[in-house]
Design a protein around this ligand. Structure first.
Ligand SMILES: [Zn+2]
Length: 322
């Protein structure tokens, strides 16, 4: 795309015509997200992923023990749990020792209690005093059990509906247009390692950072996502960062939807990433995705209105009405 059609870029008149013509288009683009997420959460793959997730235990109390023994662990489960999802622990792998509560039900309450243990297998016996828990069972103490990280196993791939990174080039001029809006918010823009994320917005340091080892197409999508957070007021309007974290699901759905619409308006199809990302943060619930339509289209319209490289929503609509 060349930049030869810069008529009157960010001044009032051109954005107004782009907006009126672009309104339905943006709403239609947002509709694509709802439809895409709906198709995804109704798919076999999504169901399989949930079934698998249900087999993994939460080892919340043991995060420190896991971190000490296997800092790179991503997903842990007991020997038999791995077998139940079609994977085997490799020969010679050492388990990660964690503590599991050792419970029993006192005789009186001992009716039709199903034999518990889908969990990791005990490798030592219990010790310690008895403490009642809410379910009538008593915690007698803790036992060491061993779990294994996914990297220590082999077999069937875990069913996952994972967002895949966009590849290739970014639409011409879009990075610069989005970058100037980020700095316009008083945020410095950085590239570099993002500690496992593709990018982030840090309101305390007033920094937006985007990973530097991804293709330009994905990088510009990430930038649009972070700008989406700023434009939707996720960080500025909320009194504290922790508050942002508690409503993070909604914020992520909105920011990614903005990124999808902004990218699509420039001819970049982010569906391979955005649909799974939005579905994940929405917890597979479409209501929140649909409810965000107004916020998303408003933010996307504002961002696109400030883009000089605004090819899709701007120029053809202008041509239609001329
Ligand atoms: Zn985000």
């Amino acid at each position: 795309m060349s930049t030869s059609t810069h008529t009157s870029t960010t001044t009032g008149s051109s954005t107004t015509s782009a907006k009126t013509g672009g309104q339905d288009k943006l709403a239609a683009l947002h509709e694509q997200i709802s439809d895409g997420v709906a198709a995804l959460v109704e798919s076999e793959g999504w169901r399989a992923m949930l079934d698998t997730a249900a087999k993994f235990h939460s080892y919340r109390g043991n995060l420190m023990l896991i971190a000490l023994q296997a800092p790179q662990a991503t997903r842990v489960a007991g020997f038999r749990s791995w077998q139940s999802v079609g994977r085997q622990v490799r020969k010679g792998e050492r388990g990660i020792a964690i503590l599991a509560p050792c419970t029993y039900r006192p005789k009186a309450a001992d009716q039709a209690e199903p034999a518990a243990p889908t969990g990791p297998e005990p490798t030592t016996s219990c010790s310690g005093g008895a403490t009642p828990d809410a379910g009538g069972k008593q915690v007698r103490g803790f036992r060491a059990v061993h779990v294994f990280d996914v990297a220590q196993t082999e077999g069937d791939p875990l069913p996952e509906v994972a967002p895949s990174l966009l590849t290739g080039q970014a639409p011409a001029g879009l990075w610069g247009d989005l970058a100037s809006q980020v700095t316009g918010y008083g945020y410095a823009l950085e590239r570099g390692d993002c500690a496992g994320a593709n990018g982030y917005t840090d309101p305390t340091r007033r920094v937006v950072r985007v990973r530097d080892d991804i293709d330009d197409a994905h990088a510009v999508k990430v930038l649009a996502h972070e700008l989406g957070h700023l434009e939707c007021g996720h960080v500025a309007d909320l009194p504290t960062y922790p508050t942002y974290l508690t409503c993070r699901g909604r914020c992520e759905v909105e920011a990614e939807s903005v990124a999808y619409v902004v990218a699509a308006a420039h001819g970049l199809d982010a569906s391979g990433y955005s649909f799974a990302y939005v579905a994940g943060w929405a917890g597979g619930d479409l209501t929140g995705v649909r409810q965000s339509a107004e916020t998303v289209t408003k933010a996307a319209r504002t961002i696109l209105g400030r883009c000089s490289a605004n090819t899709a929503t701007g120029s053809d609509d202008l041509a239609d009405t001329a």
